[in-house]
Design a protein around this ligand. Structure first.
Ligand code: C5P
Length: 231
């Protein structure tokens, strides 16, 4: 199979069907724009399983996603889309780069979720941008921004409920959207502990990639626990 694209944690392959791609999950872990790197045996399987489970649930709830089906331990079949160069972030509780940038303590629950865009450009360090920048850069139209915001807030509500049933707080997350050939914008990429901050509801124990970023240890065990809790 021909590889179309290789990212930090995934590869995308062409299939015989021109409308479908295969996403392959690797064990590579990176943080701080690639400065910190490691291999975490089993991460690919766990993220594929967790993402597949979450996309299936979102599809059932009427959210349009690129996910078609899980093929095997490390691979999922998806609809062909062109990924928009935007990281779409929602924050329900203060943490990470926002806490640092604004000198906030981590763990403050916001009354309403905070929406952010970052421009996906490794060479610039994925800078924070606003709606007008995204439009001026020619990535999306004003109407598409409105759609992405509404859809993302809807996804946040579904994911918050979903994780709460697993006794997990959805602190924040990053998603990406893609455009189909007929111009429809649908949810793409992955949803996993690599892309969400997930804390235990009672103890605030971190079960996500911050274990890797902050050298907290037992990274894979955290991801495994997420999978077991949501299954
Ligand atoms: O680092 P920061 O606090 O901005 O991250 C916000 C959320 O977006 C976190 O859940 C993080 O895992 C996710 N994220 C991501 N990929 C990036 C940057 C952030 O999945 N390149």
């Amino acid at each position: 199979m021909k590889m179309l694209y290789e990212g930090k944690a995934k590869q995308v392959f062409l299939t015989e069907n021109p409308n479908e791609y295969i996403v392959h999950y690797k064990d590579d872990a990176t943080a701080f724009n690639g400065e910190k790197k490691d291999q975490l045996a089993g991460k690919g399987q766990l993220n594929n399983a967790i993402s597949s489970h979450i996309f299936t649930m979102l599809n059932e709830k009427g959210i349009k996603t690129h996910f078609i089906k899980q093929i095997d331990e490390r691979d999922m079949l998806v609809k062909k889309v062109t990924i928009l160069p935007l990281e779409v972030i929602i924050r329900n509780i203060s943490a990470g780069s926002m806490a640092k940038r604004l000198d906030l303590k981590e763990g403050i629950a916001f009354e309403t979720p905070i929406f952010e865009f970052c421009y996906k450009r490794d060479d610039l360090g994925d800078p924070l941008i606003n709606d007008d920048h995204a439009i001026a850069l020619g990535i999306v139209t004003r109407e598409e921004v409105e759609f992405i915001k509404q859809e993302t807030f809807k996804i946040n509500e579904i994911l918050k409920d979903f994780f709460m049933k697993a006794n997990l707080k959805l602190v924040d997350f990053k998603i990406e959207y893609g455009k189909t050939e007929d111009g429809e914008i649908i949810l793409a990429d992955e949803i996993s502990p690599d892309t969400c901050r997930l804390w235990d509801k009672d103890t605030d124990k971190k079960l996500d990639k911050d274990r890797f970023r902050r050298d907290l240890g037992s990274v894979i065990e955290g991801y495994q626990e997420v999978l077991e809790r949501i299954k």
